[in-house]
Structure formats: structure tokens, C-alpha cells
Design a protein around this ligand. Structure first.
Ligand code: FES
Length: 563
């Protein structure tokens, strides 16, 4: 089979690599504008992982398809999505069916998410004798951390150690007989044993005996003037373009935010041939006081420290701007003009300007906990990280019977913590189902691994400790709700009213009512409403979880399931 696939975009004939996403193919062909918003502004790839809905295109007449999640496997006709274009008739020519007509699948264990934690849980449960299905919305297993190279060709750089570790995990799961189902969006969680998904356009129903939620996390939105412009994307999106599709997000790139991922991605993109104009880091430069954190990290996970030092040494000729943030991004003749200032004390070290074609923003992560919340699993607010974390027992059981959860969807801990917790959860699920418990020495060893990686994470984030911007980098006309294009000043107007609720904010502005379902603006708005009431964030200031928890095409719901 040829590794090249022809396709058209707005009538222009193009060619992409077999297996890459449409977003990667379009970027490779030099296109950055994928769709037009209600106000006529261009949008492009932003999250790169199916969350933001900014990359929507029309594929062979089917509207609102995410270019970042749609694989190029055959010749297709792609058009930019224009807001308000009339939609085609729903499921034309197909008989409508009731949900009761869709047959139920009843694995002993359904794991949602094929990242490190989900795969590790599936392997542990399967080894103990359970029948396991893993449902994952991405085109291939591995999640964000273990995403695989999905394209072939002479010009494709080979996989690295992280890819290979992920590949071994995936192969182990498959060899053991774990059924991994990709392109499966679980959007309905009516109970632990009553779940509905869409698989490649067809409805699936699951009634598992036990549910393991390992849905990961997505990058935190930090509004700044210009953050919706094409050419501005999350660090994770840039990493996916390179690690999975071997496409560079741009030629001259500025990376900004907080945390070690930015440094890793800068190093990877530089190795791939991009010019890294700089890395802007919110945290202050590590000094002598960081030695204690570094030595605890080295004691807990020396290989990870060596990886970090390797990334840093590859960037020896790249300006690293500490204690700073991007304060403005504006279109320029050759791409983007980016202003960087010290943060939080603007002006402390002056302002720098960068001319680039791509900006990557990585300010840490928000847990993807929609399914857990829809099921009513208990959460508490972690004020340091600014996010809700799931309440779990020491075997990853949630507060809802038969629901287990682990990994970054429960609160952030990174891939190594997810791998350890995955094993612990998988063993617990199998044992609760009546299968053999793990040998106690293996469980003890895994608990020691877990605590070692938790110590590493705690020290790592000590090193990267920084104030957390909410909307203080934004100006009054900066968009906060990317989907509905609601600005800071519109939100502040509502917050001035007496005792505003999150519902008032939503009704008055439509913030959170767009196709990403408030995933980017919701956490910011919750904190703003809580602050206006002088209370810590709790469930009363969050958007209520609503079905479908993920955007789903009406035509897919209405159509009969594939036999
Ligand atoms: S870039 Fe495709 S959904 Fe965000």
C-alpha cells in the first residue's frame, strides 16, 4: 500500500501520509485555517486531542468532524467548516432505531482510556483472568504519553525510547487478549453498568460488571490576547503532530507556560528540525534552593532526571525566559508577534518581543473527569493546582460502587504514577470480581513504586512552582469561552451583579454552551464565580455534567448500529 493518500481541501488537490490525522496532513500542506467562527474569525488546530473542537472540518459531506482525530486512510474531500452553513438531512435514507434496539456488550471490565494507566489496569485485570475491553477515542492506543508514530515512509524519523516503551505495553495487552477498541467515544454514562459510545459513527452500548475510568487530562486554558489565532496551539498538540505524525507545527516556534513538558517538546521539535525561538517559563530559574528538590527527584527516579537534563542540554543555545509569561500574541506579516513580560510582576525584567510562526502554550493540565462526574463520583477541590480531584481508596475505588479510576483524570500525577495505579486498580477490579488476587509481594512492590513516583512528582512541582494565571494575562476584549467567543469584559459585567451563579453567567453570555462543552472556560469561570462569592470552588460553582459528555453527531445517534 502506498504511504501517500490524495485528498482535497476546499477543492484543492493535496497529498498526505497514510495514517496521519487530517490536521497533520493539512498542516503539512501549509494550511492553518480550518474553519470560520460565528464572527468570521479563522480557527485551526489548538488542543490536537479532540477536546477544543477548533479544528472542525467537513469530510465527504459529513459536517463538524475533528481534523485532529480523523485519520487520513482513503481519498476524501475536506472542506473548511463555516459557522451557520446549512446541515445535511440527518441520517438520510437510514432507518431510525431506539437505543433499546442496540445490542449490549457485557465485558467483565470496561476500561475507558488506552493511555499508560488504562492499559496497565487492563493488563493487570486480564492477567488475573478477567475479560477486558478498552475503549479509547483516539485513532490508536497509547494515550498522550505513549502516543505512537502512526505514519511510515523514508522521511519518517524512527520511534524513540518512550515510543518503544509504549509499544511494548500495547503489545502486552493485545497478546494477553485485551480487546482494544479505538475511535470509540464514550459519551453516555447513565450508571456504572449503563454506558453508550459512538464507534466510527455507530452506536455501542456497554453493560460491564466493573468500570475503570482512565480518561487522562487536557491542557489548561489560560486566556491571553491572541490565543485563538491560527498558529497558536497547546504544547500537547505540537507534540502529537511531531511524535505521532512526524509533522512540525511550524518553522520558528515559541513555547510558553509552566512545567517540564514544555522543555521536552522544545527539545523534540528542535531535534526534528524546528527553530525554537525561546521557552518562556512561569517558574523562576532553579537556583541553589532547588538542589534539595533535584536530589529527591534523582533518588526517586534517576532516569527521568537524566532525561530532563538531556532535554535541557539540547536547548543550550535557546533562550529560556524564567519568571515570565506571554502577554500578547498578534498577527504579523510573517506570522505572529509575541510579547513576553515578567509574571506576576509585569515590567520587573522588561518586555521582550519574538517574531515566530507558531506559539505553543502549556500551562499544565485539567483532569478529563466528565464521566466520573456524570456518574456522581465524589471530588474535592485542590486549591494549589486549581482543579477538582477524585476521592479514591487505596485500590482506586471511587465513591460509586463498581467504578474505579486512576491516572490524570483523577488529579495529576503523571504517567509513572498512572502505570503503578493502573496495576493496583486492575488487580483490585479482578479480585472484586472473584478472580485470583495478585501475589502479595507484587502488590507491595507496586505500592513502593507508586510512592517513589509520587515523591518524584512532588519534588518536580516544587521545582516548577509558580503563580497560576487565571484571566490576569487577558485584556477586556480577550476571548475566554473559545467556542461562543465570550470575552473577559462580558464575563466581568455579569460578575458585577449581586451574587451571580455559574448558571447566570452561562445564561447571560452563553459561556460554556459551545461544542467543547465548557472544558476550556469552565474551570476558569468556576474559580471566578467562587472568588466573586468569597468562597472556595465547590460543586455549586461548576457546570453540571450533562449527557452527552462528549459532542456526538445526531446522525450517529439516530442510525442503527453496525451489525
Ligand atoms: S484541535 Fe481538534 S479538537 Fe482541538
Amino acid at each position: 500500500m502506498s504511504d501517500r493518500v490524495p485528498f482535497t481541501f476546499d477543492g484543492v488537490s493535496l497529498e498526505g501520509r497514510y495514517g496521519e490525522s487530517l490536521a497533520a496532513a493539512l498542516m503539512g500542506a501549509g494550511y492553518t485555517d480550518f474553519r470560520q467562527t460565528r464572527t468570521g474569525h479563522a480557527r485551526s488546530i489548538f488542543c490536537g486531542m479532540g477536546v477544543c473542537q477548533d479544528c472542525l472540518v467537513n469530510v465527504d459531506g459529513k459536517p463538524n468532524q475533528r481534523a485532529c482525530m480523523t485519520k487520513l486512510e482513503k481519498s476524501v474531500s475536506v472542506e473548511s467548516e463555516i459557522f451557520g452553513r446549512p446541515l445535511p438531512a440527518v441520517a438520510e435514507g437510514q432507518p431510525f432505531k431506539l437505543i433499546d434496539d442496540v445490542p449490549e456488550e457485557s465485558p467483565e471490565v470496561l476500561v475507558i482510556g488506552a493511555g499508560p494507566g488504562g492499559l496497565s489496569a487492563a493488563i493487570a485485570a486480564r492477567r488475573s483472568g478477567a475479560r477486558v475491553v478498552v475503549a479509547d477515542e483516539r485513532p490508536a492506543p497509547g494515550g498522550q504519553y505513549f502516543k505512537q508514530v502512526l505514519v511510515d515512509g523514508r522521511d519518517v524519523a524512527p520511534p524513540d525510547r518512550q515510543h518503544l516503551e509504549g509499544r511494548r505495553l500495547i503489545e502486552t495487552a493485545l497478546k494477553l487478549g485485551v480487546e482494544i477498541r479505538n475511535n470509540m467515544d464514550v459519551w453516555g454514562a447513565f450508571g456504572p453498568n449503563d454506558l453508550v459510545a459512538t464507534e466510527a459513527g455507530f452506536i455501542r452500548r456497554f453493560s460491564p460488571q466493573r468500570l475503570v475510568v482512565a480518561t487522562g487530562a487536557y491542557e489548561r486554558g489560560v486566556p491571553v490576547p491572541g490565543w485563538t489565532l491560527p498558529g497558536v496551539m497547546t504544547t500537547g498538540a505540537a507534540q502529537t503532530l511531531w511524535r505521532s505524525y512526524r509533522r512540525l507545527p511550524g518553522a520558528r516556534i515559541l513555547i510558553a507556560g509552566n512545567g517540564p513538558l514544555n522543555m521536552q517538546v522544545a527539545s523534540e521539535l528542535k531535534d526534528g528540525g524546528a527553530e525554537i525561538a525561546g521557552v518562556v517559563e512561569l517558574a523562576e530559574m532553579p537556583l541553589l534552593k532547588s538542589i534539595s528538590a533535584l536530589s529527591r527527584m534523582a533518588a526517586a527516579a534517576p532516569r527521568l532526571v537524566r532525561d530532563g537534563l538531556r532535554y535541557r542540554s539540547r536547548l543550550s543555545d535557546v533562550p529560556i525566559v524564567y519568571g515570565s509569561a506571554i502577554t500578547r500574541i498578534a498577527p504579523s506579516e510573517n506570522g505572529l508577534t509575541v510579547q513576553v513580560s515578567s509574571y506576576p510582576d509585569a515590567g520587573k525584567t522588561g518586555t521582550r518581543t519574538f517574531e515566530v510562526d507558531t506559539v505553543c502554550l502549556g500551562y499544565g493540565f485539567q483532569p478529563s473527569n466528565e464521566i466520573l462526574r456524570a456518574l456522581g463520583c465524589e471530588h474535592v477541590f485542590d486549591s494549589q493546582r486549581g482543579q477538582f480531584v477524585a476521592v479514591l481508596d487505596d485500590k482506586c475505588r471511587t465513591s460509586v460502587e463498581n467504578v474505579y479510576s486512576l491516572g490524570d483524570c483523577t488529579g495529576l500525577g503523571g504517567a509513572r504514577v498512572a502505570l503503578s495505579n493502573g496495576r493496583i486498580a486492575g488487580w483490585a477490579v479482578a479480585e472484586d470480581l472473584g478472580h485470583a488476587p495478585p501475589p502479595s509481594n507484587e502488590l507491595d512492590q507496586e505500592r513502593r513504586n507508586l510512592s517513589r513516583h509520587q515523591r518524584f512528582q512532588a519534588a518536580l512541582w516544587e521545582l516548577y512552582a509558580a503563580p497560576r494565571p487565571k484571566i490576569d494575562l487577558a485584556s477586556p476584549d480577550t476571548i475566554v469561552c473559545r467556542c461562543e467567543e465570550v470575552t473577559v469584559s462580558q464575563i466581568q459585567d455579569v460578575l458585577k451583579s449581586e451574587n451571580p451563579s455559574i448558571g447566570d453567567l452561562k445564561r447571560a453570555t452563553r459561556a460554556g454552551m459551545g461544542s467543547c462543552q465548557g472544558r476550556y472556560c469552565g474551570p476558569i469561570l468556576s474559580e471566578l464565580v467562587a472568588a466573586s462569592k468569597g468562597q472556595p470552588p465547590d460543586d455549586s460553582v461548576r457546570f453540571a455534567p450533562r449527557m452527552p459528555v462528549k459532542p456526538v453527531c445526531i446522525a450517529d445517534i439516530a442510525r442503527i448500529a453496525k451489525p
